[in-house]
Design a protein around this ligand. Structure first.
Ligand code: UDP
Ligand code: MN
Length: 275
């Protein structure tokens, strides 16, 4: 019998500058701690230099350089940071200065990773608290709802964590739908993917727990159930973080993972007094 290692599954993230490389470093460290055997792929643009990417290489990630998508000038202008922020202002939270909305669309390159049967995309501003390999058995397109304020949030999906099946044919269809005259995707890849996959499969919120739930819907928070913690809006490594006090336990957790500590014992997180 020949023993064969088959790499048909990959976790994928995206990094276009040094800040998100820092985020991805914590994410990849957390993924390694779950003991996954899947590949870990970091899609990156020229925006993050070798020094920023070095920790990711050390973790054995496949670093794959991608270009920005071949989109029209008009599309790029409509989705440039200043333009998008004034046409579709963020009223619930603040995006850091190092966030460039157009870069988000580079995620779509993962559909070209056709050497994999399934990929699980995870934003670079998330960490994994449990092994989530079972997601590789889930269909395209599976994602969690964008819940952080009200029940109505369940209508929308969040593109920070999703399961996809790479296919060049899908990628080509995406580009055609994306860059239509006057198309404006107010929440970039997220709005686009929700339109492209209108019958998306819903994952439980615990596969993409948004940090704001900590203070907006504490009844939904359950440490023992959280598989992926996603720091949407302000990032835990930002200086002058406007919600640093409110989110302190979550920010401390991110820094512990980034620094190389073990994953937290979720029983203890759930019940710190008993520890
Ligand atoms: N991203 C990036 N550079 C950017 C903007 C986004 O590398 O300038 C990538 C990164 O993986 C990030 C994801 O795209 O986690 C989505 O952006 P972000 O997480 O900041 O959006 P949010 O979750 O706050 O809506
Ligand atoms: Mn994110």
């Amino acid at each position: 019998m020949t023993l064969m290692t088959v790499h048909r599954y990959a976790y994928v993230t995206l990094v276009t500058n040094a800040d998100y490389a820092m985020g991805a470093t914590a994410l990849v460290r957390s993924l390694r701690l779950t003991g996954t055997a899947a590949d870990i792929v970091v899609l990156h643009t020229g925006g993050a230099d070798e020094k920023a990417l070095a920790p990711l290489a050390e973790f054995g990630c496949r670093l794959i350089e991608v270009e920005h998508l071949p989109l029209s000038d008009a599309f790029n202008e409509r989705h440039a940071r200043g333009q998008l922020h004034s046409a579709a202002p963020f009223t619930k939270g603040r995006k850091p200065d190092f966030h460039s909305p157009l870069d988000n669309f580079c995620k779509l390159h993962l559909w070209q990773l056709t050497e994999y049967d399934r990929v699980v995309f995870i934003d670079a501003d998330a960490i994994v608290l449990k092994n989530i390999d079972k997601l590789f058995g889930y269909p395209e397109f599976s994602a969690a709802p964008n819940v952080y304020e009200t029940l109505a949030d369940f209508h929308r999906m969040n593109s920070g964590v999703f399961v996809a099946r790479p296919s060049e044919e899908t990628f080509v269809r995406m580009l055609a739908m994306l860059d239509q005259p006057d198309a404006f995707w107010r929440r970039t890849d997220q709005t686009f993917l929700q339109s492209f996959f209108p019958d998306w499969h819903g994952l439980p919120v615990y596969f993409n727990m948004l940090q704001y739930v900590w203070f907006t819907m504490p009844a939904l928070w359950d440490w023992k159930s959280i598989s992926v913690l996603h720091y949407q809006y302000e990032k835990p490594w930002e200086t002058n973080h406007p919600r640093a006090e409110k989110l302190k336990p979550l920010i401390d957790l991110w820094h512990a993972v980034y620094a190389g500590n073990d994953l937290p014992d979720l029983e203890v997180m759930a019940n710190p007094e008993a520890a």
